[in-house]
Write a protein that binds this ligand. Sequence first.
Ligand code: FES
Length: 121
Amino acid sequence: MAEVLVGKASEFKSRDRKVVVALGREVGVFRLGTKFYAWENRCAHAGGPVCQGRIMSRVEEIMDADKRSLGQRFSRTRVNIVCPWHGYEYDIRTGCHQGNPEVRLKPVKVRQEGGLVYLVL
Ligand code: FES
C-alpha cells in the first residue's frame, strides 16, 4: 500500500474536485463540506470519465400524501456527479447510481492529515 499526495485541503472549495493520476490509476477526488471522497475515474456503465462530469445537486420529486407529483426541486443535502458520456448520476458520498444503488463507482481510500489530502492506493 502506498500514499500519494493530492494537495492541500485548502486548495479545494466545497463541491470542488481534482482528477489525478496516481500509481497509474486515474482518480477523482471530491470535497463536500469538510470531507473528501475519491472514486476511480471510470463509469460503471461503459467506462466513461465520470469524475470529469458535471457536479450538481440531486433532483428530487416532491410528492403529496396521495403520491401525486407536485414538481421537482434540487436536494439541499445530496450532490451527484454526472457522467459526461451518457448521463449516469452517482452520489458523490456513496458512489452509488441514484436509480440503482447496486451500480457503483469503485472507491479509493482518501485521508487528510496536517491540512494535506492523500490517496491510499
Ligand atoms: S459511460 Fe458513463 S453513463 Fe455511459
